[in-house]
Each structure stands twice: as structure tokens, then as C-alpha cells.
Design a protein around this ligand. Structure first.
Ligand code: UD1
Ligand code: CA
Length: 452
């Protein structure tokens, strides 16, 4: 029976932020969220999250996670934090303790710790720069004796490169007994969880530090510089995962991933692309330079020319979009649709083969199969109070610079003369022109310059 205790009560002073530390984001999502996802891959009886500073915010961020929350009213240290949660765990249960600021840990690494038969097992790693971490102190035989925190360490101890990740595992009953013996007599005046190690070793219990092969995934983030380092590792992983799915990245270091990306084969992504939220890209989708894609699904063969911005939209067949196009929420494009430069689409469906090639705004509309919207076609969907719909029929042809004042309907096969302001429905298969008639004045003469 495995119980997890996640320590997330700290303020994170070193971040210099109003946001609780564990809610600082990596890949667009809170660090704590990443950690809970890794834990979800293990079979835990319960996940107890110790909250304190910014508790309401932290708890709200995990509302749908099934975690239980324990408030640590005063932050008296990591040992004190664990003590608050232990009463909720049966004495004979195994407890896995994790710091909330460790978003990159993989479930496999946690499993390797859980495989240890030791009475107290912890994950350590070799740090190039151990500054800030607790140092693992071993005897001549390599047995773990203690963990010494940075601020309490001697010069010799500071030179140790094996450091504590903050993840450990032991029986709840043992932990309570050890924690009853720790004190706050140290440089920070805190109850250190890490003092349990020396106590357990002193009882003659088996203490194991499992050295994780990949130091990167155990890195914590106490300040913005460390956060940036974790972000870099996360991005690197995300890019590797994309390439493993069969995606070509023109320059892997220039794609940013802030969400869950699902790609088919032979997708091509050019430089400086940002992917956020849930993004699904079908086979052979081509994403041009500088595109920003949020929560969208693009069907196989869709091509985005550079600097296209998409939010909550989808293509259901191969389409071409951009450059400099904007697809806003509720946009749906069927096969063969073309959306060209400086076209904005919102809450509108384009049927098969419909086109808006230049400089248009199409909102709250349905554009029929094969219809063609000329440059500068605008749906006037908003009367200042309410939104209204525009319906454009199959094979309609709307001349350039037409304003379609909604609610309005353009019939199938209708042609609208350029520059029209359409306020009433236009019949199918007819030419509708709604603009001042052109006149020429033969007798008119240009004014001449007067002599004064
Ligand atoms: C801790 C470890 C250190 C280890 C490092 C790994 C201790 C004493 N030190 O140091 O050995 O190398 O993590 O990153 O455990 N927290 C609470 N309540 C508190 C204090 C902290 O919930 O009263 C939480 C924090 O929110 C954080 C976690 O515990 O998520 C670790 O605390 P932090 O202050 O970051 O510890 P470190 O100084 O990094
Ligand atoms: Ca930390």
C-alpha cells in the first residue's frame, strides 16, 4: 500500500513572485501538475499534498486531480510538513515523499526507488554544481550516514557532489518515530526531513541512496534561473518526443511546446513555431515559420504559411492557410479551403473548397462549398449589442470590398458586385449590386488657377 506525500507549502522566496512556487510553470503548466501526473502513473492509495503559502491557489490548481490536501499552517521545514500529513497514513503503509518543485521526474525513476528493500530509500544524483542541495554523506564502505544541508555543511562536506533529490520512501510508522526525534537546531531554524537519515542510520536500519542515472529529471527549481534550466530540459524532451512521432523540426531549438501535441507522420514544422494546449496535426501537415497554434486540430495535408495564428479551430481536410492569417475560436475549415493573408475568421464554417484569399473578416458565418469571398469582404456581425449570422450559399461569388450586414443570406450561385453594402438577402443565381451608381459628367471642366 503506497501513499504519496507531496510537499507544496513553501513560499518559494527565491522566486520573488506573488505566485506560490509550485504553481510556476514549465511547458505552460504548473510544476506541481507535472509531478502529480508522474505520480498518477504509479499505483498509489492516496496522494496527500501539503499546502500552506498560497494554499487556496495551489489547491484550486489540483481541483480535479483526486489529491487530498493537508494544510501546514506554519512553515517550519520539510520534516514538519511531513509530520502534518502522517496522521492520515496507516503506520504499516509505505510513504513516498516528494518535493512539489520537481516537475521533470519520470515514473520509471520513482519505480526504481520503490524497488529498494531498504528501510529508508532516497533518490540522489551527482550534481555538477551541488550548491543549494543537501549533500549525501557516506562512510568508507559507502553506507549512507546522513544528509547535510548546504547552510550547515563544513567545507569538506560542501565538496561532495552527490546530493539529495528530496524524494524518499519509508514506512509511515518509522517516519513518525524518526520525525519525533528531529529538532530545529540548525542554520535555518527548521525541522529538516533530511535529519531522519542520520537517525535511521543510528538505529542500525538499512538506508539506501539510489543514484539516479539522469540528474536532469531530479533538478528542483528554487529561483528563476533554475526554472529556466528546467524549462530547457522540458522543451528538449518535448522536441525529442515530436521527432520520435515522425515530425521534422527545421530547427529543434526553435520550437516551443506548451501542451499536449499529437502528430501524424511526416509533419514539418519550421522555425519559431509555438504549440500550446491540445494540438493535433495529421499526416503531412506543414507549419510555416512563426506560426502560433493553440488547441487546434489540423487534418492531414493542411499547410500553414508563415505567421498564422490559430486558437481553438480545426480543419477537417487539407487546407491552405496564411501567411498572416488568424483563425479564432469556432473556426472550422473543410477540405480544400483557402484562407489567405490578413484574413480573420471567427466562429465560422467554410465548406469544401471555399476561399477568402485576402484581407477579410468572416465571423459568425457559414460559407458554402466553392464560394469565393473577394478581397476586403467583411461580415458585419455585431450591431453593438448582439452578434448575428451571415449565410453564404454554395458557389456564391462576393466581389471585393463588400460589407455583409448580418443577419443576412447570400443565395447559392449569387454574385455580389464589388463595393456593395448588403443589408438584405441576395437571391440565388442573380447579380446583386448595392452601391451608388457610377456617373460621368462630360461638361465638367477642371478648375483653373486664378491670377491675383
Ligand atoms: C530540500 C532538501 C535538500 C534537497 C532539496 C532538493 C530539506 C531540509 N532539504 O532543500 O536536502 O537537496 O530539497 O531540491 O528537506 N516545504 C513545505 N513546508 C515547509 C518547507 C518546505 O511544504 O515548511 C516544501 C516546499 O514547498 C518545497 C519542498 O518542501 O516544495 C522543498 O522545500 P525547499 O525549501 O525547496 O527545500 P530545499 O532548500 O530545496
Ligand atoms: Ca527546493
Amino acid at each position: 500500500m503506497l501513499n504519496a506525500i507531496v510537499l507544496a507549502a513553501g513560499e518559494g522566496k527565491r522566486m520573488k513572485s506573488r505566485r506560490p512556487k509550485v504553481l510556476q510553470t514549465i511547458g505552460g503548466r504548473p510544476m506541481l501538475r507535472h509531478l502529480i501526473e508522474s505520480l498518477d502513473a504509479l499505483e498509489t492509495e492516496q496522494i496527500l499534498v501539503v499546502t500552506g503559502s498560497g494554499a487556496e491557489q495551489v489547491e484550486a490548481s489540483l481541483e480535479d486531480s483526486g489529491c487530498r490536501f493537508i494544510r501546514q499552517a506554519e512553515r517550519l521545514g520539510t520534516g514538519h510538513a511531513v509530520m502534518q500529513a502522517l496522521p492520515k497514513v496507516p503506520d504499516d503503509a509505505r510513504v513516498l515523499i516528494l518535493p512539489g518543485d520537481m516537475p521533470l521526474i519520470r515514473p520509471e525513476t520513482l519505480k526504481s526507488l520503490l524497488d529498494s528493500q531498504a528501510d529508508l530509500a532516497l533518490l540522489s544524483f551527482m550534481a555538477d554544481d551541488p550548491t543549494g542541495y543537501g549533500r549525501i554523506l557516506r562512510d568508507a564502505q559507502g553506507r549512507v550516514l546522513a544528509i547535510r544541508e548546504q547552510r550547515d555543511a563544513s567545507a569538506d562536506e560542501l565538496s561532495v557532489n552527490e546530493v539529495n533529490s528530496g524524494v524518499m520512501c519509508a514506512r509511515a510508522g518509522d517516519l513518525s518515530r524518526w520525525l519525533d526525534q528531529i529538532s530545529d537546531d540548525n542554520a535555518q531554524g527548521e525541522y529538516y526531513l533530511t535529519d531522519c537519515i542520520a537517525i535511521a542510520a543510528g538505529e542500525g536500519r538499512r538506508v539506501d541512496a539510489v543514484v539516479a542515472p539522469d540528474a536532469e529529471e531530479l533538478m528542483g527549481a528554487n529561483d528563476r534561473a533554475q526554472l529556466a534550466r528546467l524549462e530547457a530540459v522540458f522543451q528538449n524532451r518535448a522536441r525529442q518526443a515530436l521527432m520520435a512521432q515522425g515530425v521534422t523540426l527545421a530547427d529543434p531549438s526553435r520550437v516551443i511546446v506548451r501542451g499536449r501535441i499529437n502528430c501524424g507522420q511526416d509533419v514539418f514544422i519550421d522555425a519559431d513555431v509555438l504549440l500550446q494546449g491540445d494540438v493535433t496535426l495529421g499526416d503531412n501537415v506543414q507549419i510555416g515559420q512563426g506560426c502560433v497554434l493553440g488547441n487546434c486540430s489540423l487534418a492531414s495535408g493542411t499547410q500553414l504559411a508563415p505567421y498564422t495564428v490559430i486558437e481553438s479551430a480545426s480543419t477537417t481536410g487539407a487546407c491552405t492557410v496564411g501567411p498572416f492569417a488568424r483563425l479564432r475560436p469556432g473556426t472550422e475549415l473543410a477540405e480544400g479551403v483557402k484562407i489567405g493573408n490578413f484574413v480573420e475568421v471567427k466562429n465560422a464554417r467554410f465548406e469544401r473548397g471555399a476561399k477568402a484569399s485576402h484581407l477579410s473578416y468572416v465571423g459568425d458565418a457559414r460559407v458554402g462549398e466553392g464560394a469565393n469571398l473577394g478581397a476586403g469582404t467583411i461580415t458585419c456581425n455585431y450591431d453593438g449589442v448582439n452578434k448575428h449570422r451571415t449565410r453564404i450559399g454554395k458557389d456564391a461569388f462576393v466581389g471585393s470590398n463588400t460589407a455583409l450586414v448580418a443577419p443576412v443570406e447570400i443565395g447559392d450561385g449569387a454574385t455580389i458586385g464589388a463595393g456593395s453594402v448588403i443589408t438584405q438577402s441576395a437571391p440565388a443565381d442573380a447579380l446583386t449590386v448595392a452601391r451608388a451608381r457610377q456617373r460621368s459628367f462630360k461638361a465638367w471642366k477642371r478648375p483653373e488657377k486664378k491670377d491675383n
